[in-house]
Write a protein that binds this ligand. Structure first.
Ligand code: PGA
Length: 251
């Protein structure tokens, strides 16, 4: 099975010209990695031009956020249908940086369902902002997870990607330990299986937060994940190429 790497460019780079350059470098790196499905989530304003000019198969596109309604009076928003029309096949839902500006668990529920109904793949991001020894983060994760998938019918649960992103580890150089991720992956799967039965085992789990060429292979080997969401390292062509190369050697 192919690994999945999502390049979450966030609000970068500042011009389309630079975005194109980054895309071209990323494309070159992706072409050398047959076993990796690469999903690029550029700023939405760059999406159409990048996707329309891409003729290959190895790269898919995502939006970093989208509204669950199909159309209407939502100033400043883009809909999932519009994202699809612009070339996206995936929608990030509930990224912690969206939750920090007000996205609720109920919003994520609507977005996950809307994405699936339009045959787009939702990438539901979940993660606690801090950890304490009491293990409270497991309840937060269960709450975010169960709310996000609440309207997903059993026949579609295998189409949902769950991205675990511990907020306290985002933006740095050190990931959570692969061992802790393994525990979290078991917890996530157990929670989904608790609702959906055995088909819940099919849910795809990614890890995100400070993934780079220096730590990705260990996480891939021992973290029980299918791949990653990569933030700041994905906007550095040299580092991102090194990361893909490191994963390639591993597979
Ligand atoms: P990071 O971001 O790789 O910069 O930690 C990951 C994310 O926020 O998706």
């Amino acid at each position: 099975m192919k690994s999945i790497v999502v390049a979450n460019w966030k609000m970068n780079p500042p011009t389309f010209r630079e975005a194109k350059k980054l895309f071209d470098a990323t494309k070159k790196a992706a072409e050398r990695c047959r076993d990796i499905s690469l999903i690029i989530a550029p700023p939405a304003i760059y999406l159409h031009e990048l996707s329309a000019n891409y003729k290959g198969k190895r790269i898919s596109f995502a939006v970093q956020n989208a509204h669950s309604e199909e159309s209407g009076a939502q100033t400043g928003e883009i809909s999932i249908a519009q994202a699809r029309d612009a070339g996206a096949g995936y929608v990030l839902v509930g990224h912690s940086e969206r939750r920090a500006v007000g996205e609720t668990n109920d919003d994520t529920r609507k977005k996950v369902a809307a994405a699936l109904s339009l045959k787009m793949t939702p990438v539901l991001c979940i993660g606690e902002t801090s950890r304490s020894s009491s293990g409270e983060h497991f309840s937060i994760i269960a709450e975010q997870l169960l709310a996000g998938i609440r309207d997903v019918p059993p026949a579609k649960i295998s189409k949902v990607i769950i991205a675990y992103e511990p907020v306290w580890a985002i933006g740095g150089e050190t990931t959570m330990s692969p061992r802790d991720m393994h525990t979290m992956a078991i917890f996530i799967r157990k929670t989904v299986v608790g609702v959906y039965g055995d088909v819940g085992h099919k849910v795809t789990i990614l890890y995100g937060a400070s993934v780079g060429e220096q730590n990705a292979t260990a996480m891939m080997r021992d973290g029980d994940v299918r791949g990653f969401i990569v933030g700041h390292v994905s906007t550095n062509a040299e580092r991102f190429t090194a990361l893909l190369q490191a994963l390639k050697k591993e597979s």
